[in-house]
Design a protein around this ligand. Structure first.
Ligand code: SAM
Length: 264
């Protein structure tokens, strides 16, 4: 107070005091402000106009953010090549701006507009469509992949859910081989061969696993009934009665469900 650094508003009646900071004392560079005026960070009106321009005048989303706002946020918090996640993607502004600023990005959206709005918007960014916005001097380029999430394989307790064997098969295949499992294989114990290794999944619901005393239990009898594969095998099941030596002889690596189901 003695130094006249405390400010109580224009007429001295502010509820809370503010501390004055003089330009001469500030370090080089721009101090981030909590108040971003529209000429710095865009406006909601601008955001709606941007989106309408991209979608032929159609009002595609109720609460879009201006690209300039996200641009400012990414400018102060990320660098080129960084990974930006927006798990509530909305109209896709964050992903669009991140792409234009040469950041990598992941967008997650539960609504159908993931497909009807975010996807076409990002395709326009990649293609450099005529009416895309001038953010970050963007022209065109790059790309992205669009995935639809399947049912979750595990429940809250970390147990594999009932009736998810085809999802589980897809998950295991990807975790083991690094590539997506191309359809066709359906629900069967032998998932296929990759790089000389045969992969099997013995789990409830897969017909062959009902042979033998318990479903999903790897026994010698069940092993004999499985489709043959000449070479090293990786077999996933909930339990196994074969000894380590028997597994070695049969060239089998046993992986127990759910503990040894990996993720990439
Ligand atoms: C306000 S918008 C997000 C705006 C966006 N992040 C932006 O910066 O412009 C919120 C979005 O979250 C989506 N959403 C809500 N719950 C979700 C969930 N559990 N998983 C994924 N998306 C979800 C809604 O469908 C909606 O599109």
């Amino acid at each position: 107070m003695a130094d006249n650094r405390i400010w109580w508003g224009k007429d001295g009646s502010a509820e809370f005091p503010s501390e004055k900071k003089f330009l001469s004392e500030a370090k080089d560079g721009v101090v981030n402000k909590t108040w971003w005026p529209y000429d710095f960070a865009g406006s909601t009106r601008q955001a709606s106009a941007e989106l309408k321009a991209l979608f032929d005048g159609r009002k595609a989303f109720d609460t879009p953010k201006p690209e300039r706002l996200i641009y400012r946020a990414l400018q102060i918090s990320t660098g080129e090549g960084d990974l930006v996640l927006d798990s509530f993607l909305g109209s896709g502004t964050t992903a669009a701006v991140a792409h234009k600023m040469r950041r990598r990005w992941i967008g997650i959206e539960a609504g159908d507009h993931a497909r009807t709005l975010c996807k076409p918007r990002l395709e326009k960014v990649v293609d450099g469509a005529r009416r895309h916005l001038e953010t970050a001097g963007w022209k065109n380029g790059g790309g992205f992949r669009f995935f639809r999430l399947g049912h979750s394989v595990f429940d809250e307790g970390g147990h594999v859910r009932e009736g998810v064997s085809s999802h589980l098969a897809a998950h295991i295949w990807h975790a083991e081989t690094g590539v997506a499992r191309s359809g066709g294989a359906g629900e069967q114990a032998f998932l296929g061969e990759h790089a000389g290794i045969g992969y099997y999944l013995l789990f409830g619901g897969i017909p062959e696993t009902t042979v033998g005393p318990g479903k999903g239990l790897l026994t010698r009898r069940l092993l004999r009934s499985l489709p043959k594969f000449n070479g090293p095998k990786v077999i996933y099941s909930e339990a196994c009665t074969l000894s380590a030596e028997q597994l070695r002889e049969a060239d089998i690596t046993f992986r127990q469900i759910p503990y040894e189901i990996g993720a990439r």
